[in-house]
Design a protein around this ligand. Structure first.
Ligand SMILES: [Zn+2]
Ligand SMILES: [Zn+2]
Length: 429
């Protein structure tokens, strides 16, 4: 153990009471002391997105949505981003509001293309539109891929949902197809049988993802089991306690599973009638005590409870926590938006991400292609005929400079416009 001299405290050893730490090598243990009052504090128990490479065999999980269908700024609906040491990134559910949290991580959109949907409630896929269209605008060069379950009938399955999602957003799609380029707006769907038990739905690059049926509201929902580098991580989606989870969840390193507020909270804070509240929490979802029973049976290295509106430090929060603890005393995280876990064979760390709310899109390795020729212009001559020339020409100086900077002379779209008056003409007048 090395002794760190602190100018104002003598030695840190006295302070730490023999706690072991090391500064050798690149890895600095969480919460390590600051050795120099004028220096840096590299680790404050927080995760700064974009600053840490993943090791081979490591998984980083970020809660981008821990909440409910009812929206609140503090908690988006269900969404967990998995980043793997082999470079893979998977989005497990993309509930309403969650894209704002994903965007705060400032990951190039070309790396955010693989989405796994546990089921088709809006609080689990309601922000797909933001990833789809927002990522398209923000330079994603490739289509999205979605894995999701079938339903009892064709019109209850993921393929149907995505086909009609694209129909609902037809105006958005058609205009972006023309103005941007069509490929990033495409969605490839991999629908699998919701009844399959522990069958593979994805297997590539050392990663295997299986599904098991979930019990929730109707046929279709599933839970996902991801295996990578000898690690087993489960994303439960929405499910009431079920036999498949108990059987195939065993040996899991980390489990993300719903745990609902008790029914009284839905009545007093959630404006639900009591007849609904006690079914919602406890018939087609999993309550705190039931969550605890599942985890004390499976005994994962870490259990993560999510899918409840929670206000830390309140009696409501404490009641929720006590409900889980009434049946489980093992390792537990109560999921919150932007909570981060790094998982390896040796350890699991838990931190909060510190990320800007003023996020921008960042470049990856591939640039989006230019507009594809031959796509019909969705704007009529009638509407185009309403363009007011002086307004457009007012930006000519700006656009000339931009054209110069990026060598766009060949692609100048202005000369074809009836209103176009080049900058030189203006000067002559
Ligand atoms: Zn649901
Ligand atoms: Zn849900």
């Amino acid at each position: 153990m090395r002794t760190i001299k602190l100018a104002f405290l003598g030695t840190v050893v006295a302070l730490l009471g023999g706690l072991a730490f090391t500064f050798s090598g690149p890895a600095i243990p969480a919460g390590s002391p600051v050795s120099d009052p004028t220096g840096t504090a590299p680790d404050r128990y927080v995760y700064y997105p974009g600053t840490e490479a993943l090791e081979e065999g490591e998984i980083r999980i970020i809660a981008c949505g821990s909440g409910m269908p009812d929206q609140r700024p503090a908690q988006a609906s269900a969404c967990f981003l998995f980043e793997l040491g082999n470079g893979d990134k998977f989005i497990f559910d993309i509930g309403s509001g969650s894209m704002r949290n994903i965007a705060r991580l400032m990951i190039p959109y070309e790396f955010l293309t693989k989405v796994f949907l546990s089921h088709l409630h809006t609080d689990h896929w309601g922000d797909l539109n933001s990833l789809w269209a927002g990522g398209w605008t923000a330079g994603r060069p490739v289509p999205l891929e979605i894995w999701g379950p079938s339903g009892a009938t064709e019109d209850m399955g993921t393929a149907y949902a995505i086909e009609h999602f694209l129909k609902a957003y037809n105006w958005d799609k058609t205009t972006r197809n023309f103005k941007i380029t069509p490929v990033p707006g495409q969605i490839t769907v991999h629908e699998f049988d919701y009844k399959q038990v522990n069958e593979v739905v994805y297997q590539e690059n050392g990663v295997t993802i299986r599904s098991i049926p979930a019990i929730h509201a109707g046929d279709g929902p599933v839970s996902f089991i991801l295996e990578y580098a000898g690690l087993k991580v489960i994303f439960g989606g929405d499910t009431a306690p079920n036999k498949w989870f108990i059987e195939y969840g065993k040996d899991a390193d980390l489990i993300i599973h719903e745990a609902f507020n008790p029914p009284g909270v839905f009545v007093t804070l959630g404006n639900q009638p009591p007849q609904l509240a006690w079914r919602a929490c406890c018939a087609f979802h999993t309550s705190g005590p039931s969550f605890g029973k599942i985890m004390s049976t499976i005994k994962p290295r870490l259990a993560i409870a999510y899918h409840s509106m929670l206000d830390l430090g309140t009696q409501q929060y404490n009641t929720y926590y006590d409900g889980i603890r009434s049946t489980y005393d093992g390792p537990l995280s109560i999921g919150a938006d932007m909570m981060v876990w790094n998982v390896t064979k040796d350890k699991i760390t838990e931190r909060m991400a510190v990320a800007t709310k003023n996020a921008w899109a960042v470049p990856g390795t591939t640039q989006q292609p230019p507009p594809q020729p031959g796509i019909p212009d969705p704007m009529s001559d009638f509407i185009k005929g309403g363009e007011w020339g002086p307004g457009f020409n007012a930006q000519n100086k700006l656009l000339d400079e931009f054209s110069e900077r990026y060598n766009l002379q060949e692609q100048d779209w202005r000369p074809a416009e009836v209103w176009y008056k080049p900058e030189e003409d203006d000067e002559e007048n």
